[in-house]
Design a protein around this ligand. Structure first.
Ligand SMILES: Cc1cc2nc3c(=O)[nH]c(=O)nc-3n(C[C@H](O)[C@H](O)[C@H](O)COP(=O)(O)O)c2cc1C
Length: 368
């Protein structure tokens, strides 16, 4: 068979996964209001996509402070836990696994979103970065607003955030998830700590690389100790520069983090390799080095065709391959790969982030 590896089973630290297709986390901003509560529509969306061996949910804030965009779901209230149960149940009934992505946006927010001043490692505003709200001024569409200057976090704030991640992880398990993915990518709070341009602290959380990875490692350790290392994954994005995240030291910093994560023996590292218009090729030596450094599962996502994914699996550089937009538009993406069928395209980019309707969400057709 052409895609032999992609259709192989996989054992992810004890989770039996039916194939190597991972549905990548994608924010879709359809949580019920008020309260950012997951709902029946979201359960239908994820159930449709449980053709993937494993699903990583959309980024989910661990607190109101950790929220950066309108209508994203949370995992810090009983109502949210109850809402997520609809989703885990539907996905499990279809024989797929599901991890919740735990999220704190840090400085990528605005008081217009959550009524709070953003917080971050340092009081440095991300340039050319916006978030969105639904204020009725854009004809039902999201309205983009620039992020606001963050307040520099003190030690108490750091303690609170670590605690929010562990509570979020506990809540995720209570909601029926198989595990959690700590969002350390894409310019959000943990990534802000990793990078020398967004983190200019002079305490033990800033300065040297060893200090800049501290928050990531402390959160990862705390979550792993709380719910189990086999249920804890980490997402990192060594190759992005958007959200004002250009840091010449990031590759070395991430490799150092990988070394520490290996010691913690967490289930996986999920590389977020490319997003919209930002798709550099990943140098092979980075992949070799990561494989050497981190012994558990490695996942790669970003602008991949099934052929490219199969090749990475065949070369044993990764264990699972993630697909974002292919799953967004093709709920039955693995079957389409198997049958070499045409793929649906994004129908209308305005429906990506929301409004709360089924349009451009659960209405992408299955193969005939
Ligand atoms: C609509 C949309 C929302 C996204 N939201 C998230 C998110 O919540 N968390 C995250 O880590 N990545 C997010 N991403 C990035 C994807 O997980 C993925 O890395 C990216 O789309 C590249 O993969 P692809 O080329 O297969 O789509 C998002 C991407 C898209 C298209």
């Amino acid at each position: 068979m052409k895609y032999q590896k992609l259709f192989e089973h996989y054992n992810l630290s004890g989770n039996q996964i039916k194939n190597r297709f991972l549905m990548a986390p994608m924010t879709r901003s359809r949580a019920s209001q008020p309260g950012d509560i997951p709902n029946v529509l979201m359960a239908e969306y994820y159930a449709q996509r449980s053709t993937a061996g494993i699903i990583i949910t959309e980024a989910t804030q661990v607190s109101l402070q950790g929220k950066g965009y309108a209508k994203t779901p949370g995992i810090y209230t009983q109502g949210q836990i109850e809402g997520w149960k609809l989703i885990t149940k539907a996905v499990h009934e279809n024989g797929s696994k599901i991890f919740l992505q735990l999220w704190h946006v840090g400085r990528v927010s605005s008081s217009k979103v959550n009524g709070l001043q953003p917080i971050g490692p340092s009081a440095i505003t991300a340039q050319n970065t916006s978030v969105y709200i639904f204020d009725g001024s854009s004809d039902g569409d999201a309205t983009f607003v620039p992020v606001e200057e963050p307040r520099e976090m003190n030690k108490a704030d750091i303690e609170i955030v670590i605690n929010e991640f562990t509570e979020g992880a506990k809540n995720a398990i209570a909601a029926g998830f198989d595990g959690v993915e700590i969002h350390g990518a894409n310019g959000y709070l943990i990534d802000q700590f990793l990078r020398s341009n967004s983190n200019v602290r002079t305490d033990e959380y800033g300065g040297r690389k060893e200090n800049r990875i501290r928050l990531l490692i402390e959160i990862s350790r705390a979550v792993a100790n709380t719910i189990g290392k086999e249920k804890t994954g980490i997402r990192l994005s060594p190759f992005i520069s958007f959200k004002d995240m250009n840091d010449p030291e990031i590759l070395e910093t991430i490799m150092l983090a990988a070394e520490q994560l290996n010691k913690l023996d967490v289930a996986y590292i999920h590389l977020c390799e490319a997003d919209w218009d930002d798709a550099p090729q990943i140098p092979s030596d980075f992949r070799f080095k990561l494989r050497d450094t981190f012994k558990n599962t490695i996942i790669a996502t970003g602008n991949k065709t099934a052929e490219e994914a199969e090749k990475l699996l065949q070369e044993d550089l990764v264990d699972l391959t993630g697909f974002g937009r292919h799953f967004l538009t093709n709920p039955d993406y693995p079957a389409r790969v198997k049958h070499n069928s045409i793929l649906n395209e994004i129908s209308d980019s305005h429906t990506l982030f929301g409004g709360g309707t089924a349009i451009g969400y659960t209405d992408y057709p299955f193969m005939k």
